[in-house]
Design a protein around this ligand. Structure first.
Ligand code: NAD
Length: 313
């Protein structure tokens, strides 16, 4: 029969694309429950979904930051039966630490970390009882490697990785699968929101040197990296579909082969010196040449690393 797939954060970006791709499956193998905080924002999704709405696609309201909303949403699913849970909703946060309030940081954890846990706690018991199901988490390459000025966002994704790595072992015993998707940069509103934010903000509390490194060194290279290495939300949707359809899905799934050397650096030197120094030199000594250095890094590390990523094609 049809698999019931529930996705969080479907009003834009990657979540929207996953919902549409699965709802449009040729063999109608999925019933997609696309969820979002505010159904007033459903138009973009419905436009992309076309005539699948009401057939293989339905909508529900869900705010991952509210326990009540999560419970209500899952109770509205027929028999509370979900085969695949895709935890996609997430928010970014970038900037000098000195200018970010603790409340803003907590909001990132409320969404990216506790939001996923709320969902898993609500859905997992039924999956365990049925001895089947697949939990998917939209992590990030920043869940495996920290990136300068993304301290708190990276921490929220690291936290998720640690949580899931721990839980995956127990779930295996109950035949419930767990997979992380780790995209590098993806062109979505996420990126737009970040750039808009940055051009408006003043960064009070941060010293002029730090603001300079953030605005004049980090940001241009970040924009450069998005432009040269960025994938599309469609790419990530295709990777996610592959993970769902794999007979034995992998736990970790980097989607961008250009990011495997970064993870390899960390594993090649357990003291952490290699990755901290490499990032330091990439940022401060090479500046705009960062993407070229990334390419060189890729050449330097062996080709077998490429096969470790999941490709959209
Ligand atoms: P996006 O901003 O377009 O999508 C995020 C979605 O989550 C939005 O629709 C937003 O409304 C929703 N959301 C936020 N808070 C929510 C809440 N409390 N409850 C329900 N929904 C909520 O950005 P995106 O790039 O599509 O991001 C999707 C996921 O991919 C995120 O988890 C993000 O961390 C991850 N990711 C993005 C990138 C990137 O470069 N864009 C890279 C790696 C990982």
């Amino acid at each position: 029969g049809q698999k019931v797939v529930l996705i969080t954060g479907c009003s834009s970006g990657i979540g929207l694309k996953i919902a549409v791709l699965l709802a449009k499956d040729e063999n109608q193998r999925y019933h997609v429950i696309a969820t979002m905080r505010d159904l007033k924002r459903k138009d973009k999704l419905l436009e992309a979904a076309g005539d699948t709405y009401g057939k293989t696609l339905s909508l529900l309201t869900l705010d991952v930051c509210s326990e009540e909303s999560v419970k209500q949403c899952i109770n509205n699913v027929k028999d509370r039966h979900i085969d695949v849970l895709i935890n996609n909703a997430g928010i970014g946060l970038v900037g000098p630490l000195e200018s970010i309030g603790i409340d803003e940081m907590k909001k990132v954890f409320e969404t990216n970390f506790f939001g996923v846990i709320r969902m898993i706690k609500e859905v997992m018991p039924d999956m365990k009882k049925r001895r089947s199901g697949h939990i998917i988490v939209m992590s990030s390459a920043m869940g495996l490697q920290g990136v300068v000025f993304n301290d708190v966002y990276a921490a929220s994704k690291f936290a998720m990785e640690g949580f899931c790595e721990s839980l995956a072992v127990q779930l295996l015993k109950f035949h419930v699968k767990m997979s992380m998707i780790e995209p590098g940069p993806v062109h979505t509103e996420f990126e737009m929101k970040m750039l808009e934010d940055v051009s408006q903000k003043e960064y009070p509390g941060a010293d002029p040197d730090t603001v300079h490194y953030f605005k004049k060194v980090y940001l241009p290279s970040s924009v450069d990296i998005f432009q040269t290495l960025g994938q599309t939300p469609d790419d990530i949707a295709k990777c996610t579909k592959k993970v769902i359809e794999a007979s034995s899905p992998r736990f970790r799934n980097l989607t961008n082969p250009l990011y495997t050397p970064i993870v390899a650096l960390k594993m090649a030197d357990e003291t952490g010196g290699l990755s901290v120094n490499a990032f330091y030199h990439l940022l401060f000594n090479l500046g705009g040449l960062m993407h070229i250095s990334m390419t060189v890094l890729r050449w330097m590390t062996c080709g077998c690393l490429r096969s470790r990523t999941i490709s959209p094609n």
